[in-house]
Write a protein that binds this ligand. Structure first.
Ligand code: DDQ
Ligand code: CA
Length: 253
């Protein structure tokens, strides 16, 4: 009894010792249409266009999308047995993960297949830091892949206030931080890539409410972060969302 009490006290002390993670808000800068059939699993911005990876068996694709209209300009389907996941563009090659197939696809800028690779975990989100591809698998771990061998060279456990953050999903490397959607939540974790600490939460529940009003499907979760490094624009959307938003972070909401 006393022991349990002491253990509880120790836990409480630990919790209090952890600096709390700030929660940031957002402002909508622009609203664009988004294909409400797109089960968004990967999103990036490159050279004036969005590129999107979509999931679900038989509906998975890699697409080039016009920002202003949401129009799909080009699309390559994955074979029926693959559930498409995160995408990134590294040195003029698109990399696309699959959920439970443990197999990734590589394409050139015109979506011509140029290779495949395998991995040992599930595939969820994908981005890169200019040196390595960074991959999530639904756990609290991030894997840094050598872009030549596509083997993990480093794993990083993501923690917020000392606690592991599981279900890390779609990723984007933005100004030296890894941004990660947390599956089935309205929050993006902003992660220090050295320590794995969540430095801030970005609370997008306002956007989630907007999207849910249009599509109450429980799978229609926040997912998809893209960054235009040239103009420093940040885009977010969700699975089956009718909108894609350009947002600005408000650090004192
Ligand atoms: N993931 O994006 C969290 C990695 C996977 C989401 C799977 C959502 C289930 C949709 C229905 C699956 C039908 C087999
Ligand atoms: Ca992304």
């Amino acid at each position: 009894m006393i022991r349990a009490f002491l253990a509880l006290l120790a836990l409480l002390g630990l919790a209090l010792a952890q600096p709390s993670v700030p929660v940031w808000g957002f402002r909508i800068v622009n609203t664009y249409p988004h294909d409400p059939q797109a089960f968004t699993q990967g999103l990036i911005y490159h050279d004036g266009f969005l590129y999107e990876g979509t999931g679900l068996y038989g509906q998975s694709s890699l697409r080039k999308v016009e920002l202003q209209t949401g129009r799909v300009l080009q699309s390559r389907s994955l074979p029926q047995k693959y559930f498409g996941e995160g995408i990134t563009l590294f040195q003029n090659r698109f990399y696309q993960l699959t959920w439970q197939n443990q197999e990734g696809f590589i394409y050139d800028l015109n979506f011509n297949p140029v290779g495949r690779f395998t991995y040992q975990t599930e595939g969820w989100g994908l981005t890169h830091d200019g040196q390595r591809l960074i991959m999530s698998d639904g756990s609290a771990q991030l894997f840094f892949l050598n872009p030549r061998t596509l083997r993990p060279e480093r794993t990083l456990t993501v923690r917020a206030g000392g606690q592991p953050v599981t279900r890390l999903n779609e990723l984007e490397y933005i100004q030296g931080r890894i941004w990660a959607n947390v599956w089935q939540t309205s929050r993006i974790a902003i992660i220090n890539p050295q320590s794995g600490n969540v430095e801030a939460w970005l609370d997008l529940s306002g956007l989630v409410l907007l999207a849910q009003a249009r599509n109450p499907n429980p799978d229609a979760v926040l997912n998809g972060i893209a960054y235009d490094s040239q103009t420093r624009r940040i885009f977010v959307t969700g699975k089956l969302w009718p909108y894609l938003f350009e947002i600005a972070v408000v650090s004192n909401p």
